[in-house]
Design a protein around this ligand. Structure first.
Ligand SMILES: *[C@@H]1O[C@H](CO)[C@@H](O)[C@H](O)[C@H]1NC(C)=O
Ligand SMILES: *[C@@H]1O[C@H](CO)[C@@H](O)[C@H](O)[C@H]1NC(C)=O
Ligand SMILES: *[C@@H]1O[C@H](CO)[C@@H](O)[C@H](O)[C@H]1NC(C)=O
Ligand SMILES: *[C@@H]1O[C@H](CO)[C@@H](O)[C@H](O)[C@H]1NC(C)=O
Length: 398
């Protein structure tokens, strides 16, 4: 790659080729925010000319699907309009599927069109649009449902990581950083690295890593091994069998859910550790709530014991620790009431543990399918920055 790049620079081959190479090196960028319906949405630009559309950010989905409609609109929250795009085409004609290895709902059609992105060096968006041609996605019939589509970032061939690897030769890797403030734009890095937030803090080399568990037929999402849970310095006594299914990272579940034995142990330990704070009646869906009056606050939220998830296996392989301070563990349900923001996933063996979006806010999360690992920086607030601090001003490069 380096060699190819050198040749391109020396011989100054056609700009479009150089642009593609620069994009391939830099990776691409999309904007993500929390919409008014409480979903994290990614803004993707589909078609020619590009139509901005807000799609649900879902790292568990294995394809991209978008509601399609004939009626023209210029609203990112309304369906995509195929007749307004000169590059739109139908991939499956007359109901004969081109691909047979994934299910297609009756009302969906496999189609293809260009997607347009900004390149990024990890610091800024680039100056020129990068058009990725022939991206396949499903067109669904229009409905009032919000958001109007799903930006799938799963392992599947039709999800963004693999599609961009095929069309744009990007590494199958992406990273996101969720803000809890509605409408605060944050970056979704696609095939990029060098994640940098103002004032010039580069997180790439400061991430912790842990391997992803192998997907199974039923559980295709991104899961990591959960070794133990701590409240303060105390490791909860939870039988290792309890965590057998691992912990799935989700961008659609709002709160972290633990399988019942782990949830019960966490709640007991937390209540014991915080017996000095006045409990108040539960506020659904939470079971452990406190009167926060006079408690004060720190840079990382209310001053409560940190809850840590320790990843990896018994042998210590892939060990990494994700600390959750007050801002990540406590949810304010009113001005003076805060609740422990974890939920009961239900009894084993049916239930699964899930890392929810609330606990991931202000964390940089990378899913690297090239190295089959989760990488993260748990609390940007600790280093005095935030997910909203990406510099979205276009920089002086492609
Ligand atoms: C590129 O970045 C600029 C500046 O942030 C933004 O206004 C524009 O919508 C982006 N374009 C695409 C295709 O994402
Ligand atoms: C990565 O970021 C540093 C500054 O944080 C910058 O000097 C370097 O050029 C960047 N690398 C790439 C490939 O953009
Ligand atoms: C919390 O405590 C304050 C001060 O003691 C009190 O005024 C307030 O009513 C309490 N709130 C709840 C929900 O118990
Ligand atoms: C954001 O990036 C632009 C383009 O590189 C730069 O001119 C500007 O100074 C940056 N903003 C801050 C606050 O550093």
């Amino acid at each position: 790659m380096r060699f190819v790049r050198a040749i391109l620079v020396v011989y100054c081959i056609a700009a479009s080729v150089a642009a593609a190479a620069a994009a391939a090196e830099h990776g691409l960028l999309a904007e993500v925010w929390l919409d008014t319906s409480g979903h994290y949405v990614a803004q993707l630009h589909i078609g020619t000319p590009p139509q901005p559309k807000l799609l649900l950010l879902d790292i568990a989905q294995n394809s991209i699907s978008v509601q399609c409609d004939e009626a023209p609109n210029s609203d990112a929250t309304l369906p995509f309009v195929p007749p307004s795009s000169t590059t739109f085409r139908t991939v499956i004609r007359g109901g004969s599927p081109v691909f047979v290895d994934f299910p297609i709902a009756k009302q969906m059609q496999l189609v293809a069109d260009s997607f347009t992105f900004n390149a990024t060096d990890g610091i800024n968006p680039g100056q020129h649009d990068v058009e990725v041609k022939g991206m396949k996605f499903f067109c669904a019939s229009p409905s009032p449902q919000q958001p109007t589509g799903v930006a799938g970032l799963g392992r599947g061939k039709l999800a963004l990581p693999s599609a961009l690897a095929i069309h744009q030769k990007l590494p199958r890797r992406f990273a996101y950083c969720l803000s809890g403030n509605a409408q605060t734009r944050t970056p979704l890095f696609l095939g990029s690295s060098n994640y940098t937030f103002l004032p010039g803090l580069q997180f790439m080399s400061n991430l912790q890593h842990t391997p992803l568990l192998k997907p199974t037929k039923k559980r295709t999402g991104y899961r990591v091994g959960l070794f133990s849970v701590k409240v303060g310095d105390t490791t909860l006594s939870i039988h290792p069998k309890v965590f057998r299914g691992g912990l799935e990272v989700s961008t659609t579940e709002p709160y972290t859910k633990l399988v019942r034995p782990a949830y019960v142990a966490l709640v007991d330990a937390f209540r014991r550790a915080e017996s000095g704070i006045r409990r108040v009646p539960a506020r659904a869906p939470f079971e452990t709530c406190y009167n926060a009056t006079g408690l004060g606050s720190t840079r990382v939220g209310p001053p409560v014991n940190v809850i840590s998830f320790v990843f990896g296996d018994k042998k210590g392989t892939g060990a990494a620790e994700w600390p959750m301070y007050g801002a990540s563990s406590m949810v304010f349900v009113s001005e003076d009431v805060m609740c422990l923001g974890f939920l009961d996933a239900g009894p084993l063996p049916a239930a699964h543990s899930v890392l929810g979006t609330y606990q991931q806010q202000e964390s940089l999360v990378e899913l690297d399918l090239e190295h089959n690992q989760l990488a993260f920086f748990a609390t940007l607030m600790f280093v005095r920055t935030s997910c909203g601090n990406f510099n979205f001003t276009q920089g002086n490069f492609f």
